[in-house]
Structure formats: structure tokens, C-alpha cells
Design a protein around this ligand. Structure first.
Ligand code: C5P
Length: 214
């Protein structure tokens, strides 16, 4: 199968040196890309700015900065995709204006006006056809109600519900505690696993769902 995986944060620039972003390190997405490649699948990895080496296995890597760059890269590669896994922590908002040169402190407006970024999954859903779409719901506190809402709202086949308020789960750690919730009725609370193990479970679910191993 052909996997398209998004990873990492996006950066929304205020000027060339300042940006809005989030705590995502890309580890979960890189683990999904690595697990899919190790299972013999073709993988394209579209990643925001992260400090990670591309995993082995012939993964095609596309580096992007902003949410709009990420959307454009994913749209370009979607036609040759069977399974999309959106692990990226896409910034929901971007500054309305990005300065071309570094803003002087004295000249900066203390209020930054924002405008919404596109919802990448919702945009790509218009061209979903027979593809399998997997999303993540990173929440502080019980992630299940929000995950169920997003599964339906974003037209996903699977959502990975993730409590990121725990110290052993979520951003910038190597382990994760997730529940897989599928549109097909899948409800699988997984124990504390490494991100690699969580990635293998996601890849296995996709293989089973599509009835194929490679
Ligand atoms: O941010 P939110 O919790 O809604 O993200 C849930 C899912 O939607 C994730 O898979 C994320 O990659 C995706 N997302 C997106 N476009 C956005 C924000 C999030 O595709 N602008």
C-alpha cells in the first residue's frame, strides 16, 4: 500500500525570525512512517520543522514550514496514496500579516491579529474517494468525546485518541497511551506503548481494513 504521513508542528511566521507553533516533535509521525516502511509499504512523509533523521526504508521526505505549505504538499501527493495518516499538529491560526523583514521591538504591535488556517483533513476529504484516512485527537483530559466528534466531523476511518496531559503520553516523550476508534466500530484502548508500537498498531489496523499486507 502507499502511505502518506504528516508529522511535526507547523510554523506560522510573524516575521522571518518569529513564529507561532506548538510542542510537537514529529516522533509519532516518524514512527508511523518507519513502521509502514518496515512492513513493506511505500511511504511519503510530509513533515513540519523537526530535529529528526528520516527513518530507513526508502521513505520519500518532503519538508514544509506552514500549514498552507503542508496542505499543498499533501494535495500534491494524495493522488498516489491509499492511506493518509495525519499525525501533524497543524497550527490552527496564523498571523494575518507576515513581515518580510525582522520587526523592530519598538515598532511591533502588542496584539497579533490572527486568521484561521485551513483544516487539512477536511480539505483533503473532498478528494478522499476510496482512500483510508487516519487522524489524531490530542486532548488534555479524557480524549474520547472529542475524538468521537472529530472522527465524524472530519470524515475519518480511524482516529487515534491521545491524552497529552500525562507525563508518559503525548508530546516530546517516547511512549504514548492511545485509544483507536474506528468508523467501523473499532474501539481499542491500548496500554502504555512506545510510539513505535503504537505506529505498528495503526499500520496493522490499516492493513486489516484494506485487506492487504503490502
Ligand atoms: O487540531 P485537531 O485536534 O482538530 O486535529 C485533529 C486531526 O486533524 C489531526 O489528525 C490533525 O493532523 C488534523 N488537522 C488538520 N488540519 C488542521 C488541524 C488539525 O488536518 N488545521
Amino acid at each position: 500500500m502507499r502511505f502518506l504521513v504528516s508529522a511535526g508542528p507547523t510554523r506560522e511566521h510573524i516575521d522571518p525570525v518569529r513564529f507561532l507553533s506548538n510542542r510537537s516533535t514529529g516522533r509519532m509521525g516518524f514512527a508511523v512512517a518507519a513502521a509502514a516502511a518496515a512492513a513493506g509499504h511505500t511511504v511519503t512523509l510530509v513533515t513540519g520543522p523537526v530535529a529528526l533523521e528520516t527513518p530507513p526504508g526508502g521513505i520519500r521526505r518532503v519538508d514544509v514550514i506552514s500549514a498552507r505549505d503542508m496542505l499543498a504538499a499533501l494535495q500534491e501527493h494524495l493522488p498516489e496514496t491509499d492511506v493518509l495518516v495525519m499525525t501533524a499538529a497543524v497550527a490552527d491560526w496564523r498571523p494575518r500579516h507576515t513581515a518580510g523583514a525582522k520587526l523592530k521591538k519598538a515598532a511591533m504591535n502588542p496584539v497579533i491579529e490572527l486568521e484561521p488556517n485551513p483544516d487539512i483533513l477536511a480539505t483533503l476529504a473532498q478528494a478522499k474517494a476510496g482512500r483510508t484516512f487516519v487522524g489524531f485527537a490530542a486532548e488534555t483530559g479524557d480524549p474520547l468525546p472529542e475524538a468521537r466528534r472529530k472522527l465524524i466531523a472530519k470524515g475519518l476511518d480511524l482516529i487515534v485518541a491521545n491524552d497529552v496531559s500525562r507525563s508518559d503520553s503525548g508530546f516530546a516523550v517516547d511512549t504514548n497511551r492511545v485509544t483507536l476508534i474506528g468508523a467501523d466500530g473499532t474501539f481499542a484502548p491500548l496500554p502504555l506503548l512506545t510510539k513505535h508500537e503504537v505506529a505498528c498498531e495503526i499500520v496493522k489496523w490499516c492493513e486489516t481494513r484494506r485487506g492487504t499486507q503490502t
